[in-house]
Design a protein around this ligand. Structure first.
Ligand code: A3P
Length: 848
């Protein structure tokens, strides 16, 4: 306080004042958005282990495959185009390493780094114990044989290889089981092998050359008969551990070893456990067309395979989904198959569909939907099918995602459903992004694709040829799904178990392949326990992130015709609280081309959807706050919830649902905002505000009572404007954000409203000079109504209270000084004009 009361000018202050002067008078060009995105990526790297991937280009295939594996494993990463000379990205931050592993798509970019950068990278790796993975892909320019620059390691490339085997002594092996040999030629003639006499190198994968090519110029080698195509550098040469691949990731075994290499080099920080749970749903039991259904012999085969699988996957049980209406609708032989399934009903797990296999989103009325479910339940009870598994699946994912709240309600009331699964959240493709979430007490698990569909019935007619199915099982997509997902639910159909029984073939082969090549422990669990396990492993997935159903054609197709995506706002007023947001809301509502949301009776008119528990209600709930566009003159809708501004999750949630929305934030001097909040709490009889002066609240130390500290937080935190705005800018383009000067809104609202209309591109431009009138007794601008009278906001807006004490003002000016500087920099960067209060505040604090 002394500083403020007794102004003096130190050199330090003078320099600061000059900097502020320069910033204030600067017309900085807006920063490109890509730069802002980079800032975000850096921030994320603070908490999670992050992999740095040097790719050849953003389109390079191997780079994309590396990233796909990292994404499937849910590992954080950052890609950089492998630098030529002189522009290595920053590797440390506040004495902490940013990256836990370095991957080079092209290892030559690594070995050929200029001395300065190589030295920098080596130091980083040794100091932080960071390993390197690199790939050597021979091309027409690469030499046939050479020494790897700076390493006691020789390469010999352009080779054809055969009979792949795993070195059981390679320390990195974890998931990979070494006792098998992949007989026969390896695809392509562009393999590279590594040779060395240095003890730092341990082969991981070994093969023989196809022809007996002479490799004599390499000198005597202990690996003469078998050549290493993947080697592990144990760090005995220069203290850095590496894994080098003599080819790309095309060959399936390389993917497996790559996953192990990541785990090994990160000390298992980036590593899944060996447990893998699988659940195989057999859908459409009874629903299949004549000729595709199961006969008695098929059911016997199903039981036999289930028994066989139980020897490999403890308790393995097929999970059968049924629609009772279609029972006994096949040929005589198939009807006997139905009966045989029911006879052995206790050998399986069961889950219900709709009685008539209808898509739930077509039912708008919960009770009609529930009635359909009840019919199926009666069928189950009459035929002794267990009804207590707690799991259900909707035909074609309908109603699960996008959420049709009626389905969730009906499931709970009729069946007591706790778990379902879908391929649609957040989207079908790419499959590696599929996630789970919990809504209305029902746990939604991601479902994986196994390559079998209702129409894949015959082995020889498999799309692309039966080789495609076998490829998927033997190291391809299906194998990778199990490798990279701790829990996989697969959907198959009745038709996959009749005729060629591809379902049995696929899963038996898959389980055997997994057990042959990996140490994975395959297991199964009933759905409810499986869901419990899933959210234990991925607790961060519990909360959903709702998106607009109309942004994905598949979602739109399973979105009720009675619902419309037009019932969503085009812009948001995000706050913060006490800056004049209610006044802004009321002024916007006067505009003939703008429609406000309906007021919420619970949360003081605001919807507060993105900021708290209301979000759990889902978007149907949110949309109900907006009129049907056909019922209003304009669909240019908005809502104002002033706590969005400083709520951590709000920007991410808002951007997921409303990526194209425009965002308005109102800023006043944060000290005044804090004081207004304090007065607001006094008016609401908050004991902390009634029993403590404002000064006591804002200056309270950490040992102050809890309620005082809570009030202090609500007074001070929202005013840290720049950091909240940065969070919004991680999800929205700068051009979507408009900063409203709250002080000007108060003194000259017509001028501010003109600027807002231009920003929103709303027409016609409404003349607020005529629509508003200054009310002397209120001391604020109000709506002009009939007879030139003023209709002002209620008592709680524009309260009368004493001025803030000079001590508190001085304290807060100091408290917010650095934050206001940040805001100044941010607004300059964005090219947004500076609020007058910010100029004044910075000028006064910098000279004081
Ligand atoms: P005070 O009541 O502390 O003066 P919000 O609506 O975001 O909660 O902000 C309330 C603040 O809006 C009021 O705080 C008041 O200062 C300010 N305000 C700005 N223009 C106003 C207007 N035309 N009528 C009433 N309050 C206005």
């Amino acid at each position: 306080t002394q500083l403020i009361l007794r102004p003096r000018l130190s050199l330090h202050r003078l320099i600061l004042a000059l900097i502020i002067f320069c910033l204030l008078s600067m017309e900085a060009p807006p920063l490109p958005f890509s730069r802002l995105r980079q800032v975000k990526a850096v921030d994320n790297s603070r908490t999670d282990p992050v992999v740095l991937v040097f790719v050849e280009s953003i389109y390079s295939q191997l780079g994309q495959e590396i990233v796909a594996i990292l994404e499937s494993s849910r590992f954080h990463y950052r890609t950089e185009i492998a630098p030529g000379k002189g522009d290595m990205p920053t590797l440390t931050e506040r004495n902490r390493g940013r990256y836990t592993l370095i991957i080079y798509e092209n290892v030559l970019k690594y070995v050929n780094l200029d001395a300065w950068n190589r030295d920098l990278l080596d130091k980083y790796c040794t100091e932080y114990g960071v390993g390197v993975i690199g790939f050597f892909k021979a091309n027409e320019n690469s030499l046939l044989s050479a020494q790897l620059k700076g390493f006691p390691l020789f390469l010999h490339s352009h080779l054809g290889l055969r009979d792949y085997r795993i070195n059981p002594n390679a320390p990195l092996l974890y998931i990979t089981k070494p006792n098998q040999v992949e007989q026969g030629p390896l695809p392509g003639d562009d393999w590279t092998i590594f040779q060395s006499n240095h003890s730092t190198y341990e082969p991981v994968l070994l093969a023989s050359t196809k022809s007996s090519e002479a490799l004599s110029h390499f000198g005597p080698s202990p690996l003469r008969a078998l050549h290493a195509t993947v080697v592990q550098d144990l760090g005995l040469h220069d203290g850095i551990q590496r894994v080098l691949f003599g080819n790309n990731l095309n060959y399936w075994l390389h993917k497996l070893v790559f996953v192990d290499a990541i785990a090994y080099l990160t000390g298992k920080r980036l590593c899944l456990s060996l447990d893998r749970h699988i659940l195989v749903d057999v859908d459409d039991i009874f629903v299949g067309k004549e000729g595709t259904r199961m006969k008695v012999s098929d059911v016997e085969a199903l039981l036999n395979t289930q028994n066989k699988l139980r020897g490999l996957v403890p308790n393995f049980t097929f999970n059968l989904g049924f629609s009772g209406k279609f029972y006994h609708t096949g040929t005589d032989e198939e009807d006997q198959g139905d009966d045989m399934l029911l006879q052995h009903r206790m050998d399986f797990w069961w889950f219900p569909h709709m009685w008539s296999h209808m898509q739930p989103h077509l039912f708008h009325n919960v009770s009609v939907l529930a009635e359909q479910m009840r019919l199926n339940k009666i069928f189950a009870q009459e035929h002794g099918i267990p009804t207590d598994m707690g799991y259900a699946v909707a035909p074609h994912h309908s109603g699960v995602y996008p959420v049709h709240s009626q389905l969730y309600e009906a499931w709970k009331s009729v069946w007591g459903i706790k778990v379902t699964s879908t391929e649609e959240y957040p989207h079908l493709r790419p499959a590696r992004y599929r996630r789970g979430f919990i809504h209305n007490g029902i746990q939604v698990l991601p479902r994986q694709t196994c390559g079998l569909f209702t129409h894949t019935i015959f082995y020889n007619e498999y799309p692309g040829g039966s080789k495609e199915l076998d490829k998927s099982i033997r190291g391809g997509e299906l194998f990778l799904t199990v490798l990279l997902n701790p829990i996989s639910i697969f959907m198959t159909h009745l038709s996959n178990y009749g005729n060629d029984r591809l379902g049995l073939y696929t899963f038996e082969s898959l389980v055997k392949f997994v057990q042959c090549w990996t140490n994975l422990r395959l297991q199964t669990l009933p759905p409810v326990q499986l869901a419990e396990r899933y959210f234990q492993i991925f607790p961060e997935e519990r909360d959903p992130l709702w998106q607009n159903p109309c942004h994905d054609k598949r979602h739109k197709d399973i979105w009720s015709k009675e619902k419309t995506c037009d019932r969503l706002p085009k812009f948001l007023v995000i706050g913060p609280q006490k800056t004049g947001t209610t006044a802004l809301h009321s002024f916007l509502s006067l505009h003939p081309a703008i429609t406000s949301s309906f007021p919420s009776p619970i949360t003081f008119e605001e919807i507060q959807f993105f900021s708290g528990v209301n979000y759990d209600n889902g978007i149907d709930w949110y949309m109900d706050f907006f009129p049907f566009p056909s019922n209003v003159s304009t669909d240019f809708m908005f809502e104002k919830s002033a706590n969005y501004f400083d709520t951590e999750v709000a920007p991410k949630r808002a951007a997921a649902l409303l990526p194209r929305a425009k965002i308005l934030a109102v800023l006043i001097n944060p000290s005044d905002r804090a004081y207004s909040w304090y007065q607001h709490q006094r008016a609401h009889q908050d004991p902390a505000a009634l029993n403590n002066t404002f000064h006591e609240v804002v200056t309270a130390g950490p040992s102050a009572p809890r309620d005082v500290l809570a009030l202090q937080r609500r007074c001070l935190n929202p005013g840290v404007y720049a950091s909240h705005l940065e969070r919004w800018l991680q999800h929205y383009q700068p051009s979507q954000l408009h900063i409203v000067d709250g002080a000007l809104l108060r003194s000259n609202p017509a001028l501010v409203m003109e600027g807002i209309q231009r920003f929103l591109s709303v027409t016609p431009i409404f003349n607020y000079t005529q629509a508003l009138i200054y009310d002397d007794s209120k001391g604020f601008w109000c709506q002009r109504v009939e007879g030139g009278r003023a209709k002002c906001l209620g008592k709680s807006k524009g309260r009368k209270y004493p001025e803030m004490s000079p001590e508190s003002r001085a304290f807060l000016a100091e408290y917010y000084r650095e934050h206001n500087m940040e805001l100044l920099r941010l607004l300059n960067r964005l090219g947004q004009s500076l609020p007058s209060w910010l100029r004044q505040e910075l000028q006064s604090t910098s000279w004081s």
